[in-house]
Design a binder for this molecule. Structure first.
Ligand SMILES: C[S@@+](CC[C@H](N)C(=O)[O-])C[C@H]1O[C@@H](n2cnc3c(N)ncnc32)[C@H](O)[C@@H]1O
Length: 303
C-alpha cells in the first residue's frame, strides 16, 4: 500500500512533508523518491533503534531531517527543533513495526521469549513487567477489556494476580502461558492466538497510544497547509474508529446548521475526505500477512 499512500500524500513535489512514524524508513524512502530537489521531509519516531536505522539508511539526504520524539507532542517537538513549517502532507502509520515485533528483547511478541518491556520509547514510562506485577486486578482487567476487547479480561487478570504471588512475571512466555491456561477451552476465534488481545491491550496502555493519537490528530490540522493532506494508517478498530470520527467531524457541517441558507465561514468544514477507507489488496496481504488489518484514511485541509 506504500505507493498508494504516498500518491495520496504528496500533492506537491516541492512541498514539505512529515512522516510522523518513520519506523524503518519504508514510507520515508518512497516519499523521498517522489519529491523533487526542493522538497523536504521530516521523519520522526519515538524508538531510538528506528532512528538509528533510518539515520544509517539515508546518510546523504540533505532533503531529510530525522528527529526522535513522540507524535503526541508534535508542535513542541517541531518548535524545539526549529522546524516551524506548514506541511503539504503528514503521514502516521500507527502501531508497531515488524522490527519491534520480531525483536525478542523488546517484549512485544508472545511468539518470541523475551523480557516484558513493550515500550516503544525505551527511555520513557514503565515497562509491562513493572505494570503487570504491581497493578490491581481491577486495573488489569479494565485495560484488557478497554484496549483489547478481551472477553476473558477478568479471568486473565485474576490468573495474573494468582501467578505473580508465587513468582514475578518477567517474560513474554510466562505471560503467554498464563493466558493460554485461562483460554485453552474457550471458543474464541480460532485464527487468532489466545494471547493476541492481551498483548495488544498491554502495549496500547504502556505506550499511551490512544492519548498519543488524540493529541496528534488535534495538532496535525494546525500545522497543515490549506490543500495539504493528512494520511493515517491504523491497525485496530479502536484507532480506526478515532480517526474515522475525527475526519468525519472535520469534514461534515453540523447537521443542525446545514439547512441554513447562508452559513458563516466559521461553520464551514475545514477538511474534505479524500480517501474514506482503503484496505490492502489480497496480493499484498498474501505477501505480508501482517498488513491484513491495515486501514488507510485521508483528508485534505480546505480552510
Ligand atoms: C507501523 S510502524 C511504521 C513503519 C514505517 N512506516 C515504515 O515504513 O517502516 C510504526 C512506528 O511508529 C512508531 N510510533 C508509534 N507511536 C508513536 C508515537 N506516539 N510517536 C512517535 N512514533 C511512534 C513506532 O515506534 C514504530 O516505529
Amino acid at each position: 500500500m506504500s505507493t498508494e499512500v504516498v500518491n495520496h500524500l504528496v500533492v506537491a513535489r516541492s512541498g514539505t512533508y512529515l512522516d510522523a512514524t518513520c519506523g524503518f524508513g519504508g514510507h520515508t524512502e518512497v516519499i523521498l523518491k517522489k519529491l523533487n530537489s526542493d522538497g523536504k521531509l521530516i521523519a520522526m519516531d519515538q524508538d531510538q533503534d528506528a532512528i538509528n536505522f533510518v539515520e544509517g539508511k539515508f546518510t546523504d539526504q540533505s532533503r531529510l531531517k530525522i528527529i526522535k520524539g513522540r507524535f503526541g507532542n508534535l508542535k513542541e517537538l517541531l518548535e524545539s527543533n526549529d522546524l516551524n513549517f506548514k506541511f503539504s502532507g503528514i503521514l502516521a502509520d500507527l502501531g508497531i513495526s515488524s522490527f519491534q515485533l520480531d525483536n525478542a528483547h523488546r517484549g512485544f511478541s508472545f511468539q518470541n521469549k523475551g523480557p516484558l518491556d513493550m515500550r516503544m520509547d525505551q527511555k520513557t514510562g514503565v515497562t509491562a513487567q513493572v505494570w503487570i506485577n504491581n497493578a490491581s486486578e481491577d486495573e488489569i482487567s479494565k485495560v484488557l477489556w478497554q484496549f483489547g476487547e478481551e472477553k476473558y479480561s477478568r479471568k486473565i487478570a485474576r490468573a495474573i494476580i494468582f501467578n505473580r504471588m508465587r513468582d514475578q512475571i518477567k517474560t513474554t512466555q510466562q505471560l503467554t502461558e498464563i493466558i493460554v491456561d485461562v483460554k485453552k477451552n474457550s471458543r474464541s476465534k480460532r485464527k487468532q492466538h489466545h494471547a493476541t488481545k492481551t498483548f495488544q491491550a498491554i502495549r496500547i496502555y504502556i505506550n499511551q497510544e490512544i492519548d498519543q493519537l488524540e493529541m496528534f490528530l488535534n495538532d496535525s490540522l494546525d500545522i497543515l497547509k490549506i490543500g495539504g493532506r493528512l494520511c493515517v494508517i491504523s491497525f485496530h478498530s479502536l484507532e480506526d474508529r478515532m480517526v474515522k470520527r475525527f475526519f468525519r467531524n472535520h469534514s461534515r457541517i453540523d447537521p443542525n446548521l446545514s439547512k441554513l441558507p447562508n452559513l458563516s465561514p466559521e461553520h464551514l468544514t475545514d477538511c474534505k475526505i479524500v480517501v474514506k477507507r482503503i484496505k490492502p489488496s489480497e496480493e499484498e496481504i498474501n505477501s505480508n500477512p501482517r498488513a491484513r488489518s491495515a486501514v488507510l484514511r485521508v483528508v485534505e485541509k480546505v480552510k
